[in-house]
Design a protein around this ligand. Sequence first.
Ligand code: E4P
Length: 216
Amino acid sequence: MKIFLDSAHIEDVKKAYDMGAISGVTTNPSIISRENRKFDELLAEITSIITDGPVFAEVLALDAEGMIREGRALAAKSPNIVVKIPSIPEGLKAVKTLAAEGVTVCVTVIFSAAQALLAANAGASYVAPFVGRLDDIGENGLDLAAEIREIFDAQGIETKIVAASVRHPVHVTELAKMGVDVATMPFKVIMQMATNPNTARAVDGFLKDWEKVPKE
Ligand code: E4P
């Protein structure tokens, strides 16, 4: 399972990429707003770091025509841009047009397997179920990801599942076990995965014991 960083914070993008932890970056309008920088500049900087994987950027329009216009403009910025379109009826119209033009599209803000199926049929390359936000409202986000996996496998659908709204390392390992293609997560979750107090204690013990080894 691939891991993407769900952030537009340049320092975090660099750190996660240099660690070899990520092979793509996802953004949304809320993520962009946290950086207090112009969108175009931020996106250009992210695509200059992530040259060998996808960078997801979302449209703001809610009508198909507007989404198509924005989607084309985003796709023209860099060959590795994936255009995120919200899972609404107008969005599906935009997906059909953009996908036919060769634009790579992710249908986002998915809260049901039915939405994922329609998105795949419209031509989406990725679908993004919001796992954590379902947990937030007392449902089971992992169950949704598993249901989409089951349907896509049963139907031979090649659209990739990019599990979004990932909150902690257990989400990540459960998603990997069920065969989800990608999990996108904040930098904090990547660091939680990369560190373990037992590992730190063991490494510390090795260094302390090494001091007891006679030198010369
Ligand atoms: C990413 O593509 C999604 O927009 C993001 O994971 C949503 O995360 P949140 O639910 O933590 O805002």
